[in-house]
Design a protein around this ligand. Structure first.
Ligand code: ATP
Length: 777
């Protein structure tokens, strides 16, 4: 980083010799160059020596005002003997080096009309001016550096005339000025690419030829506009490919004379006023810059807008103040020198076009503060992102565990369904075979004949049974493997860091598996009870018909006095046998038949049939209820004798309602006194129980949402679910227990619920999952 806090504006004064007009007139020298940097403005005149009585006398004209004898210091003062070459060597050659090092540079000449500005800046064929000399040097240096750097050069030549900006190279305009982040930009001004010094000088000559010039009293070829010639160079380092763009501006200002001195009228007067206005604005800017003020009125004129970055900006500036030494231009020269003195006081910070340096300490303190604040902000952001990434990792891990658990349980469920299904089919077929055999025997006994094709049917049933029996061991083998896999998975979950959450999920899956088994069992019981009911109706009808035949036969024998003791005894035996509580059929048939008899005694046959059906239905319900507690098909009895023994399991009292659960510890029975070891674990168990039925997805989501369960939160969930469930059990509008009591109960207390016996058929036990989730939220 390079840069400097220095006087970036160098001010040089050039004094021109008398011109012809001045020499012709009676005038005196008002500028005396004392040395290379000092001049004396309005010095005393050289008196004619006058001696009186041998002593030198000082003459004094009392009609003449006092000389100013103002000593002024500048960066460089060039007297009438200095050439344009001298100015170039000492002032603009260093600027060329600066430009090629990445600094913007400006040279502008200031002075009254005829003070020698154009002579200095443009010169003539014989005495080339600073622009020509500088450009030639620039291209020579560019050529010498071509191997190291690539230079793209373009130029513009503008004229500001009567506050209008014109393009001197195309003679077009007026152009508008606008400001952007790069400073003041001239709209619609295109760079003309330059490839050699000659080309550049041709452009310069072209622009000069188009410049507005009019003869004035002060100058036969007076320039009536401000001319701004700018060379833009893009420097590309061939090694590093770093680029920088720099600008060298050569500005020839219009004369700063007073309107009176040029005796302008009409258009000329207007020109003069406009020139003065812009130069006045320039003077104001210079004064404010010299005073170190912050607000500089660059916008007061187009000239100052364009020169903004040449005066106070990031630019090395050379101001050449041209003055005449003739007393005829006393006022203009004085004004110019005052201008120059003020400009000399301007201090600005210079910046290389790539990097900044040597800025005030406050700047660095502020920057460091900003950087630290930004750093802290980024650190904070990083933490959030890291924690988010951890959370998402945990979520991903859990999801993959859930998938594994789902897959393992799915395999177990499929095999389990197959095994239970096979056993159900075997038992059903065994029962059918048994019934067919009994019917066949009965027909043989009564009618001494066989049922057609019964033997084929029975043997067909037997073949099917054998086939299923052969399949069963294969599926049992698969079942063992699946359960071993499940155990292995459970062991892995135990070792996992997410075991608490996964246990909850496992418990849910266990409940699902249990329910699945019970559902399959339920289907089996339903099918079996239907068969039993159908057969009991058949038997009843057969018995009724048989009794009718026997009755007629008995009465006929009695009338014809053919009753034998054997017939009488058999008749009596039958009468004794037909009683509600004694039957050779199973309990279900007995129950149905008993109901039938009871209803039949009222004499209503249609109601009789309905009552039987109702009885069967209720029996099925009770079997379902019972089946939940006793998994008949999970037992290993597949024999013919066992086939329908399942149905001997007596239903519980109709007043008893059980909450669906196969987990003895977690079952929320009506009276719970079961103590628990770990309250938290207990609540997790309960929560799983409350939400188990077909709600895996919800459970999974809840688990994913909450990585850590608080005991309090779980208690609330359990209480909510319990209240909803208890409401269902008793009455829609009656809450028997407060959540607190239910929590106490869930945690192992003795919260005994009082309840009325149910008068009607017990409702199906349902868990209001929606209500429970809503309350949980
Ligand atoms: N240093 C000098 N040596 C010799 N002649 C000079 C010098 N400076 C100016 N002159 C001559 O003075 C005359 C006026 O100079 P010039 O045209 O450069 O003035 P100017 O400041 O550009 O005027 P304007 O503002 O009206 O254009 C020209 O003829 C020029 O040759």
């Amino acid at each position: 980083m390079t840069g400097e806090k220095t006087t970036n504006i160098k001010v040089a004064v050039r004094v021109r010799p008398y011109n012809e007009r001045e020499m012709e007139q009676n005038q005196r020298c008002i500028v005396k160059v004392m040395d290379k940097s000092t001049l004396l403005f309005d010095p005393d005149e050289e008196d004619d020596e006058f001696f009186f009585q041998g002593t030198k006398q000082h003459y004094r004209d009392i009609t003449k005002r006092m000389n100013k004898k103002l000593s002024m210091d500048f960066d460089r003062v060039f007297d009438i003997h200095n050439t344009n070459e001298d100015l170039f060597e000492e002032c603009t050659a260093p600027l060329v080096d600066a430009v090629l090092n990445g600094y913007n540079c400006s040279v502008f000449v200031y002075g009254a009309t005829g003070a020698g500005k154009t002579f200095t800046m443009l010169g003539s064929d014989v005495y080339p001016g600073l622009t020509f000399l500088t450009m030639r040097d620039l291209f020579e240096k560019i050529q010498s550096q071509q191997e190291l750097r690539k230079f793209d050069v373009g130029c513009t030549y503008l004229e500001v005339y009567n506050e209008q900006v014109m393009n001197l190279l195309t003679k077009s305009g007026p152009l508008k000025l606008r400001e952007d982040s790069n400073g003041v930009v001239v709209s619609g001004l295109a760079l003309t690419p330059i490839y050699s010094a000659d080309e550049l000088l041709r452009m310069l000559a072209l622009g000069n030829s188009q410049r507005t010039q009019h003869p004035t009293d002060a100058n036969a070829e007076s320039s009536r506009s401000h001319a701004i010639f700018q060379v833009h160079i893009r420097i590309t380092d061939r090694k590093t490919d770093t680029k920088r763009t720099v600008k060298l501006s050569m500005i020839d200002l219009a004369g700063s004379e007073r309107a009176a001195s040029t005796r302008g009228i009409g258009v000329r007067f207007k020109e003069g006023a406009s020139i003065n206005k812009s130069l006045l604005a320039l003077g104001n800017c210079i004064n404010k810059l010299a005073d170190g003020l912050k607000h500089i009125p660059y916008r007061d004129s187009n000239l100052t807008r364009i020169l903004k970055d040449s005066l106070g900006g990031n630019c090395r500036t050379l101001m050449v103040a041209n003055v005449s030494m003739s007393s005829l231009t006393y006022e203009d020269t004085y004004n110019t020198l005052k201008y120059a003195s003020r400009a000399k006081k301007i201090r600005s910070t210079l910046k290389q076009n790539i990097l900044k340096s040597k800025l005030p300490t406050e700047f660095y303190v502020k920057k460091i503060d900003e950087a630290m604040a930004e750093n802290a902000r980024l650190q904070e952001r990083l933490k959030i992102l890291e924690s988010a990434s951890n959370t998402s990792t945990t979520m991903d891990e859990l999801k993959s565990w859930f998938i594994r658990i789902d897959n393992t349980y799915s395999a177990v469920e499929q095999i389990q369904t197959q095994v239970i299904g096979l056993r159900s089919r075997i038992k059903t077929l065994n029962y059918r075979q048994l019934v067919e055999k009994e019917f066949e025997q009965l027909r043989k006994n009564v009618f001494q004949e066989n049922i057609p094709r019964i033997t084929d049917y029975i043997s067909n049933l037997n073949t099917q049974i054998e086939k299923y029996k052969d399949e069963l061991p294969v599926w049992r083998g698969k079942q063992e493997v699946a359960y071993r896999e499940l155990e292995k998975l459970k062991h892995q979950i135990k070792e996992s860091k997410h075991n608490q959450i996964l246990y909850c999920y496992l418990r849910t899956k266990d409940r699902e598996l249990e329910l699945l088994k019970k559902n399959v069992n339920g289907s089996h019981y339903a099918a079996m009870s239907q068969d039993l009911a159908d057969n009991s109706i058949l038997l009843r009808e057969s018995l009724m018909l048989g009794c009718e035949v026997l009755q007629q036969y008995y009465e006929h024998c009695e009338k014809s006095e053919k009753l034998t003791p054997g017939l009488q005894e058999a008749y009596e035996r039958l009468r004794q046998k037909i009683r509600p509580k004694e039957t050779t059929l199973n309990v279900l048939a007995k129950d149905s038949f008993a109901n039938c008899k009871r209803v039949h005694s009222t004499g209503d046959d249609d109601d009789d049939q309905d009552e039987i059906k109702e009885s069967i239905k209720r029996s099925k319900y009770l079997l379902d209820e019972k089946g939940l507690q006793n998994d008949g098909l999970d037992t290993e009895s597949d024999s013919d004798q066992d086939a329908h023994k399942t149905f001997f399991k007596q239903p519980q009292s109709l007043n008893e309602t059980r909450v669906v659960s196969s987990h003895p510890v977690s079952a929320l029975n009506v009276t719970v006194t079961k103590p628990s070891n770990e309250a938290h674990q207990r609540i997790v168990d309960l929560l799983s129980d409350q939400n188990v039925r077909g709600n895996t997805e919800k459970i999974r989501k809840a688990l994913l949402r909450s990585n850590t369960f608080t005991t309090q939160g779980l208690q609330r969930s359990v209480a909510a679910a319990s209240v909803a469930k208890e409401n269902l059990k008793y009455s829609a509008n009656q809450v028997r227990k407060s959540p607190q009591a239910l929590i106490a109960k869930a945690l192992g207390g003795n919260a005994v619920l009082t309840r009325k016996p149910l008068t009607k058929e017990p409702p199906k036990v349902k868990i209001n999952r929606a209500a429970s989730f809503r309350l949980k939220k």
